[in-house]
Design a protein around this ligand. Structure first.
Ligand code: NAP
Length: 295
């Protein structure tokens, strides 16, 4: 068996086309242009490139992006002061603070400072709580993107056993919560695995849907996968490779080459979950502007 490759690039392109139409309609009907404030502290090259990609994606679909760059030695108070200003700015519908922040800044305090109604990353405890009790909220982007990929590939979740590897606040725990909730794209029986899980393969072999977010290449090998399962690889890892211009290539957390011969569906890295993450950030920003326009 060779798995169907889940094309995250195509899914993202299609959803962005729909969002472009929504943005144009919002502007024409209500005179509202969705605005996303992007905040970057410091010069971390990976963070810089993520921020650039997010701003480019905004421009492509007609979202106004407000670029805020602070030096590495900025204080927590300065950053929180900027967030409070953005909370009050009626042109801004979403605030994204690029993580990680420099060590001297408390990430939790910063997330707490964002108005939950502009928290388009879905990281504020208010949105986490709303998601967990089934209230309308901004869903965290990567988990939401995963649920979208399952849906558009007609991968049934109801009554299935979903196994999630990883329990981070941004991927593992929220994707487990979304798969378990009593709603479309949910209703799965969910097992959440982590480094204290004994005999990981005993769980993964039972999975109809296997979401892997460990941040370690080859966490899942072919012998750990049930034939026909849907394997969603969230991992993004750099592996040294001198045949690539940059000196490295990107791999996921799953042994893609071997697992694709066992699984029913699989996401590639790159080109699987990754493109959906930014798209869901755009989705949440448009959702926020739409809600504001209805007030
Ligand atoms: P993280 O905060 O480092 O969490 C990793 C989780 O995996 C932890 O809960 C850890 O368990 C668990 N884990 C690690 N090795 C394991 C193993 N061998 N067996 C079982 N569990 C294991 O990572 P994250 O932020 O969730 O990200 C995970 C991966 O996804 C990373 O590669 C990251 O770059 C990628 N990512 C991609 C996107 C995207 O858009 N494509 C977005 C976000 C993240 P413990 O809790 O016990 O330590």
């Amino acid at each position: 068996m060779t798995a169907t490759i889940i094309d995250g690039k195509l899914a993202a392109k299609n959803l962005r086309a729909q969002l472009t139409e929504s943005v144009a309609k919002l502007k024409a009907d209500k005179g509202v242009v969705p605005g996303l404030a992007v905040v970057l502290v410091g010069d971390d090259p990976a963070s810089k490139s993520y921020v650039t990609a997010k701003e480019k994606a905004c421009a492509e679909i007609g979202i106004y992006s407000d670029d805020n760059r602070l030096p590495e030695n900025s204080s927590e108070e300065e950053l929180i002061g900027l967030i409070q200003k953005l909370n009050q700015d009626s042109q801004i519908h979403g605030i994204l603070v690029q993580l990680p922040l420099p060590r001297h800044i408390d990430e939790n305090k910063v997330i707490m400072a964002i108005d939950p109604d502009k928290d388009v990353d879905g990281f504020h405890p208010v949105n986490v709580g709303r998601m967990n009790i089934g209230q309308p909220c901004f869903l965290p982007c990567t988990p939401h993107g995963i649920i979208h990929l399952l849906k558009i590939n007609n991968i049934e979740t109801k009554g299935k056993h979903a196994v999630v590897i990883g329990r981070s606040n941004i991927v593992g725990k929220p994707v487990a919560a979304l798969l378990a909730r009593k709603a479309e794209g949910g209703n799965a029986t969910v097992t959440l695995c982590h480094t204290a899980t004994k005999n990981l393969a005993d769980f993964t072999r039972q999975a109809d849907i296997l979401v892997v977010a460990s941040g370690r290449p080859n966490t899942v090998t072919a012998d750990m996968v049930k034939p026909g399962a849907a394997v969603i690889d969230v991992g993004v890892n750099r592996v040294e490779d001198s045949s690539y211009e940059k000196g490295y290539r990107l791999v996921g957390d799953v042994d893609f080459e071997a697992v694709k011969d066992v699984a029913g569906w699989i996401t590639p890295v790159p080109g699987g979950v990754g493109p959906m993450t930014i798209t869901m950030l755009l989705y949440n920003t448009v959702q926020s502007a739409t809600m504001k326009a209805q007030c």
